[in-house]
Design a protein around this ligand. Structure first.
Ligand code: MG
Length: 457
């Protein structure tokens, strides 16, 4: 039987143990210095300096699965080293089939035969390969590839991803979780349950985002037969009146120890948001999320100068360049990147590191439409970024998700713990995933004012 590169590495590791030498020395090239490697300067210039044989990409494919409420898309990259592959999250749940097509129709031609080690080069080349770029479908496709390549690199190095990013800055990843209620009292009761479970940070809402389904009078546009029956109604003025009462009710019942967040989800007018945030200052919110839609970012300066509540922003940004101006001007305090939307670990880490210069911290976007593979990637980054702030979600998965994705991170006392397996430390059961195919719908983000005008989410 043919001996594989992986078997060679494993065999040499065992041999090193017998010799009393560390495998790290071998993996970093140190082995060559103590063996019969050529004297420095005599090596061929085109030989890889790692001591590991180069590996090429053999195949790339998308795996779509919907074991719960969200379409999930994962990229699998196989290499020329038998058994060595990587996984990455490419979940754009509202347009999952478009991402699957982008991956399956364009990535094999682009990737097969390329060196799997050169992540930055691969990212930059795929980014410009379509000439027209900077959209969520292709960004998600690149993200899946990017994360899978980091996964492969971790497996090659025999290290969990956080080690490749600089090692741990903290023992585990602190999180926030979201609760909602029909009334301030119900929301407060749900906060208390989370406090009992060990959470130190909770995001509080009334009904859906903007109070949809809970706050406000009847939607006149429905009586008039305008729009579709499934369209949602948001009474923005009633919502703006209700949010301070919710904070007041939760503070009264839950005390000062718990940190409270709230997501406006870009749905209000900028001046209304400023007035709301001024009201909220006395309740000391940990952050207010998405105060502005991406179309209203020219309001940032006025918003920052008008209130002292911390802001979290950026889950709808398409390109890391969108972060530079607001971060360098201290317009917001927390980076809300959706890792697959921005293109993966490579671009997200650039923004995270930039945040260190401006005292802006990370709160990666982590709802249920991030796959467990993506959650794992986020948790590894959280461990390694000094300017980590908090993590949304992660660590809590259904039994079925844990079966489809062996190696999921776990959560205890509000903290996420990753396993110490190399790379992202997570796998996929493709046969089981295939039993839950993705489904198509045009999306459920149509929210209207009383007269039927569309509200940007
Ligand atoms: Mg948000």
């Amino acid at each position: 039987m043919k001996t594989t590169g992986h078997q060679l590495v494993t065999g040499r590791r065992n041999a090193l143990k017998i010799l009393g030498l560390s495998s790290a020395a071998f993996l970093t090239g140190g082995f060559r210095n103590i063996s019969s490697a050529p004297v420095q300067g005599q090596e061929s210039l085109n030989k890889p300096p790692t001591g590991l044989p180069p590996i090429k990409i053999k195949s790339v494919k998308a795996i779509g699965t919907k074991p719960g409420g969200s379409n999930l898309v994962v990229v699998k990259v196989e290499t020329t080293e038998p058994g060595l592959y990587g996984l990455g999250c490419a979940t754009f749940t509202q347009r999952a089939e478009a991402v699957v097509t982008a991956i399956d129709k364009y990535m094999p031609d682009f990737c097969i035969g390329r060196d799997a080690d050169n992540i930055e080069d691969m990212w930059q080349s795929f980014y410009v390969s379509s000439y027209w770029r900077n959209g969520p479908v292709l960004n998600n496709a690149i993200s899946g590839l990017d994360q899978a390549l980091w996964d492969i690199k971790g497996k090659r190095a025999n290290m969990p991803l956080y080690q490749l990013l600089g090692g741990k800055c903290r023992f585990a990843v602190d999180t926030y979780t979201s609760v909602s209620g029909k009334t301030p009292e119900e929301t407060a009761d749900n906060v208390l349950k989370q406090m009992e479970a060990g959470q130190r940070h909770v995001r509080i809402q009334l009904g859906g985002y903007g109070g949809v389904g809970t706050i406000g009078s009847k939607p006149d546009f429905k009586d008039a037969g305008f729009g579709m029956p499934r369209d949602s109604f948001m009474d923005d003025q009633a919502y703006l009146r209700a949010v301070p009462k919710m904070f007041e009710g939760v503070r009264k019942k839950c005390g000062e120890e718990i940190e409270l967040c709230h997501d406006i989800h870009e749905r209000c007018q900028p001046l209304d948001v400023i007035n709301l945030c001024r009201h909220l200052e006395e309740y000391r919110p940990f952050f207010i999320e998405d105060p502005l839609s991406p179309e209203n970012t020219h309001w940032w300066k006025q918003m920052r100068e008008s209130t002292t509540v911390p802001f979290a922003m950026g889950e709808l940004f398409n390109n890391i360049n969108e972060f530079l101006e607001p971060m360098s001007n201290h317009y917001f305090d927390y980076i809300r990147i959706h890792i697959s939307q921005i293109g993966g670990i490579t671009p997200a880490m650039k923004v995270a590191r930039l945040g260190e210069w401006f005292n802006v911290r990370t709160v990666w976007h982590g709802p249920g439409d991030v796959s467990p593979v993506g959650h794992s990637a986020q948790a590894h980054m959280d461990l390694a970024c000094w300017n980590f702030g908090l993590q949304e979600g992660g660590g809590v998965f259904s039994d079925l998700l844990r079966e489809i994705f062996p190696g999921c991170a776990t959560k205890k006392n509000g903290y996420i713990f990753v396993n110490e397996a190399p790379g992202l430390g997570i796998d996929i059961n493709e046969q089981l995933a295939a039993k839950y195919p993705i489904t198509n719908s045009a999306g459920n983000w149509t929210v209207r004012k009383r007269d039927g005008t569309i509200i940007r989410p």
